[in-house]
Ligand binder design. Structure first.
Ligand code: ASP
Length: 316
């Protein structure tokens, strides 16, 4: 067995109830998490970087229509899809992000291109999409990104608004994918990608691509990727706050993450969760919703996943 490393992924937090899940759906979600872990593991086990591993894992989740990122992204009130993504490299403190894009097959690759091929950190809208074309990133049509399930969710939400109600718990409307890793050299990285929240206003940007809110990595602190009601994660600069506390205090990672999620966010009704790692290869998977699709793999190659409020189970 080589040097120690760790990768964690999430596929979104929300009202994920065992009673509403079929055995097939549950198996498909666990397989999706396992596939992402294995993609990241393939990178890390051959001595690859945390950055490459997190991007590889998120790319797999973006390609899986079950998750709200890339293919399978949720819809705005205009029935359009607007995707956001970010990456951050904790070794160099370089970061890249895109917001409100439609067309690039893998928004996380767009974020990485912004980091590596432009002098900027954050591009949005038409300019970001044009940049992706210049970088010759793969594009897909609306058919590729369409899923009936997400369109139905939009209709349900719009109908609920017309009848003056709400379609339910706000946690139902979201989802996002993300990965954090500490590689064999002790470097950290984080990547996050999302379609945002169902029935969001066109132009709305959530926390996922906001460096320090939904995505952050600093070798001297931690790597964090969040999921949940983005407005709260932006206001509390959640990802940076966790990394800063790791850098400036002796508090353990799990305690810091639980405090942010279970106290700070919960007290203001900010539903969601996050995954985080530090340079000692500690991992935290915290959420204040019913469930969060999540998983962890370490250097022994065993993939562990969980969905509900349950312990991680080996999935391959
Ligand atoms: N955080 C994402 C956003 O607000 C959505 C989610 O993670 O569920 O856009």
């Amino acid at each position: 067995m080589g040097a120690a490393f760790v990768l964690a992924v999430h596929g979104g937090a929300g009202t994920i109830l065992r009673s509403q899940m079929t055995a097939e759906a549950e198996a498909a979600y666990r397989a999706g998490i396992r596939n992402a872990l294995q993609a990241g593991y393939a990178v890390l086990s051959r001595g690859g970087s945390a950055l490459d591993a997190t991007v590889a894992a998120v790319t797999v989740l973006e390609d899986d229509p079950l998750f709200n990122a890339g293919r399978g992204s949720v819809y705005t009130t205009d029935r359009t899809q607007e995707m956001d993504a970010a990456v951050m490299d904790g070794e160099t403190m370089n970061a890249g992000a895109v917001a409100g894009i439609f067309g690039p097959k893998n928004p996380v690759l767009a974020a990485r291109a912004v980091m590596e091929k432009s002098e900027h950190v954050f591009l949005c809208g038409a300019g970001a999409t044009e940049f992706c074309r210049q970088q010759k990133l793969a594009f897909e049509s609306a058919d590729y990104f369409f899923t009936q399930r997400r369109m139905d969710a939009l209709e349900a939400e719009l109908n609920a608004r017309v009848s003056g109600g709400d379609s339910g718990d706000p946690a139902r409307k979201h989802g996002t994918v993300g990965a954090v890793a500490c590689d064999a050299r002790g470097h950290l990285a984080a990547a996050t990608s999302t379609g945002g929240m169902t029935a969001k206003m066109p132009g709305r940007v959530g926390d996922s691509p906001v460096i320090g809110a939904g995505t952050y990595a600093d070798d001297c602190g931690g790597a964090v990727s969040t999921t949940g009601h983005g407005e709260y994660f932006i206001r509390y600069a959640v990802a940076h706050e966790i990394s800063a506390r790791l850098r400036l205090t002796q508090q353990p990672l799990a305690e810091i993450c639980d405090e942010m999620v279970m106290k700070v966010l919960k007290e203001v009704d900010g539903s969601g969760g996050l995954i985080a790692v530090d340079a000692k290869r500690n991992v935290a998977l915290s959420f204040n919703s019913e469930g969060m699709y999540r998983g962890v793999v370490r250097e022994n190659g065993q993939s562990w996943a969980a969905i509900y409020q349950e312990a991680l189970r080996e999935v391959g």
